[in-house]
Design a protein around this ligand. Structure first.
Ligand SMILES: [Ca+2]
Ligand SMILES: [Ca+2]
Ligand SMILES: [Ca+2]
Length: 255
């Protein structure tokens, strides 16, 4: 009976449509009293000078997003994210993940370096993904995109399947197919990483409305379904979570 149950749960876990990538964190910046408050997953921890908060903030096209932080330049200033995904993708670190960021650049930041994230928790080396002074997205080790419109709210989704593919999507469409890098490289995540952190102040301020993290590389179709900036990020349902947890427990026991 026990084996039948385990087999059934394993089958369910394997056949879950979203099993490749589940939501591991969602931050929407709606609470000025707790800027790092998570909608899903662990809260972000503010390091250094706290970002400022806007209930609503409009871009150059007068489109507004609600619940927005404006990050602060400098090596001491970033948001510390706990990564609950663990090792995957054939390595010790998190090698398969996706990161969503709804953002627009403040006028004063355009034409400057703007770091999106830093995988080294000690912040003792270069940031790992940027908007560069020319408005292109990436980093030399991954290659850069063509220039993007940084004056309007944009939904960036980065999908990492290290060793195979690293892609950037903007507002639901593929922006650039980057170099894939390698498993357990500088682009892998450990148990913590830094949002908007850089070791030598290449983290000029950004307006950020949403950040989300998934435990796998979303497909082009899944990214397309996430839509435009401000569209709700679907949270896992209770049923899916229970099935995934049960299936995961069964799989673990079999090892
Ligand atoms: Ca740097
Ligand atoms: Ca780094
Ligand atoms: Ca928001």
């Amino acid at each position: 009976m026990k084996h039948t149950l385990i087999a059934l749960l394993s089958t369910i876990a394997v056949s879950l449509p979203s099993q490749a990538a589940s939501l591991a964190g969602l931050w929407e910046f709606n609470n000025p009293a707790n800027l790092g408050q998570a909608t899903t997953g662990p809260d972000l921890v503010i390091a250094g000078t706290a970002p400022s908060h806007s209930v609503s903030l409009a871009d150059d096209a007068a489109l507004a997003q609600s619940g927005v932080i404006t990050t602060v330049v400098g090596p001491a200033n970033n948001l510390v994210a706990s990564n609950i995904i663990g090792g995957n993708g054939g390595g010790t670190f998190t090698n398969q993940y996706s990161l969503l960021i709804d953002m627009v650049s403040p006028v004063a930041s355009r034409g400057t370096w703007r770091t999106l994230f830093q995988t080294a928790p000690a912040n003792n080396n270069d940031g790992d993904y940027f908007i560069n002074p020319g408005g292109s997205m990436g980093v030399s080790a991954l290659t850069y995109s063509s220039a993007v419109n940084d004056t309007q709210w944009s939904r960036l989704v980065l999908t990492f399947e290290l060793g195979t593919a690293v892609k950037a999507y903007l507002n639901g469409s593929l922006l650039v197919d980057h170099s894939p890098s390698t498993v357990d490289s500088r682009f892998s995540l450990g148990s913590t990483f830094l949002l908007f952190g850089d070791e030598d102040s290449e983290n000029n301020p950004l307006n950020i409305s949403t950040v989300a993290l998934w435990s796998g590389a979303l497909s082009a179709g899944e990214v397309g379904a996430l839509g435009l900036p401000g569209a709700p990020v679907p949270e896992p349902t209770g049923l899916m979570l229970s099935l995934a947890a049960l299936g995961g427990a069964a799989l673990r026991r079999r090892r």
